[in-house]
Design a protein around this ligand. Structure first.
Ligand code: 4AD
Ligand code: MG
Length: 464
């Protein structure tokens, strides 16, 4: 008796094996011939395996005939070639044991389809649905590709802190980490809250990005990456923003902006290629049920080179487009989602790397160009999502980065360790951040970022 997964039981190689399968019942129906068909799923793949439970089994009348959707069972039996269409195998059961029942009056996942909104209210059970099982497997594959890609190229995986005193993006969108009692905080003589009495003896926050710390490893070990959860207290209620999301941030010494672009393009293409090769069944599900463009989009993106367009050229294109915009377009204004999506989806119909943004729009750490007005920033925009990567060449000149901090209202005092990287053996370097959830949106065609992370955290919502 071999314990196997549903994925393995569905393969023709399993035919003839005596197996033990354990999982959750998707449906069960009685057949006229005096047996039951059970569709069993264990999350190992999109498809179910069909269990044929004969009427002769001792618990057939008392248990098997009453097994409801959602129950967990253990099945022993032999894998056989299936006479039915659409499934290569089925399992002829010699025993079916009910591990856990599921009250059909209250079990929320009955056979009918459910809206994504409803499923968010039962995020603890939604991985039992086809869509969320597929998302979980796809996320897993993307994470594997991320590590494979960097490890094969000699990058070191660095663990950057979750709790930090620095605001990497300088946007003030920080969640405070504190053990101060909000009812009776320690106060200074002037009445302000006294953070020297707080846990870290100064204000501390959840990180918005691991970049600043990973730069210190790039500036000693060459090619590195960090990959972890990041947190933003921005009040953005959009289908593309989460308060907690996962970000992959490579950082490379001796890289300039074009090297950074080349790496970002190769990286995204590797993720797509692996997903096409290893998540075929799940991508076909998304193609059928979620977004008919999945395969065409992924294959075109894979084949064509990403376009590289300066911010200034992009603004010109938008100004001449004849479109009406909710947010006005002008040199110096930030590009909004509507502008980014117009460029990548309508105008170029291709991924686009926008670069050289106005210095006023971008954080202090980006390298200032010789024109003094722009910085060596790059955003990668993809059809269906918009911005998926943000990155830059870093400012390696001590005096410039210091004055950029002041220009943006940050106190260089708190960043002395970061400035040391420019004081001692400074080198040109560059890096970027890829949003994991935006990558999953792009691959799956799902419309809402809340549906591509197991337990979404958004303004007003931290359930489960
Ligand atoms: O453009 P961002 O803010 O860049 C940084 O944080 C840099 N420090 C990265 C670096 O250079 N090492 O964020 C990078 C990416 C975005 O392009 C987007 O994909 C994702 O992170 N992202 C979010 N994803 C979900 N919800 C949010 N609120 C996000 N904010 C950014
Ligand atoms: Mg960005």
């Amino acid at each position: 008796m071999e314990k196997i997964t549903v994925a393995d039981a569905r393969k023709v190689e399993a035919i003839g094996k005596q197996v033990l399968l354990q999982g959750w019942v998707r449906t069960r129906r009685d057949s006229k011939g005096g047996f039951s068909f059970i569709e069993l799923n264990d999350g190992s793949c999109q498809g179910n395996v069909q269990i044929v439970a004969p009427g002769e089994l001792a618990n057939y009348e008392s248990e098997i005939k009453k097994i409801p959707t959602g129950a967990s069972i253990a099945v022993e039996g032999e894998v056989k070639a299936s006479p039915a269409k659409g499934q290569p195998t089925e399992v002829q059961a010699t025993s079916v044991r009910v591990l856990g029942g599921a009250d059909s009056e209250t079990y929320p996942l009955q056979k009918k389809g459910h809206s994504y909104e409803f499923l968010r209210t039962i995020a603890h059970l939604r991985p039992r649905t086809n869509t969320f099982g597929a998302i979980a497997r796809l996320r897993n594959q993307v994470c594997k590709s991320i590590h494979d890609f960097f490890q094969e190229q000699g990058f070191l995986y660095i663990h950057t802190p979750i709790i930090t005193a620095s605001d990497c993006e300088g946007a003030g969108e920080l969640f405070r980490v504190s053990t101060i009692d909000p009812e009776k905080p320690a106060r200074t003589e002037t009445g302000a809250i006294d953070y020297t009495k707080d846990f870290f003896h100064k204000p501390a926050f959840l990180t918005v990005s691991g970049q600043l710390q990973v730069e210190s490893f790039a500036c000693s070990m060459g090619k590195v990456y960090t990959f972890g959860p990041t947190f933003r207290a921005e009040n953005s209620n959009t289908p593309r923003h989460l308060a907690e999301f996962w970000m992959i941030e490579p950082e490379m010494a001796f890289y300039e902006l074009t090297d950074n672009m080349d790496l970002a393009e190769a990286f995204l293409k590797r993720i797509i290629k692996d997903a096409l090769e290893r998540c075929d069944e799940d991508l076909r599900f998304f193609q059928e049920r979620v977004d008919k463009e999945v395969f065409t989009r992924l294959k075109t993106v894979l084949e064509k080179p990403f376009l590289r367009v300066s911010y200034t050229e992009a603004v010109d294109i938008l100004l001449k487009s004849g479109q009406t915009w909710e947010f006005p377009v002008a040199w110096g204004n930030d590009l909004q989602s509507e502008h980014e999506r117009f460029l990548t989806e309508k105008h170029f119909k291709n991924p686009v790397i926008l670069y050289n943004y106005p210095r006023t729009l971008k954080p202090f750490y980006m390298k200032v160009n010789d024109d003094g007005r722009t910085v060596r920033a790059m955003d990668v925009l993809v059809p269906g999502v918009g911005e998926i990567i943000g990155g830059s060449q870093r400012e390696e000149r001590l005096d410039v980065v210091e004055s950029r901090m002041k220009e943006q209202g940050l106190n260089p005092e708190g960043y002395q360790w970061y400035l040391d990287l420019r004081r001692y053996g400074t080198v040109p370097h560059a890096g970027f951040g890829l949003g994991l959830e935006r990558t999953i949106l792009f691959l799956s065609g799902m419309a809402n970022i809340r549906d591509v992370i197991p337990f979404p955290r958004t303004p007003g919502s931290a359930e489960f």
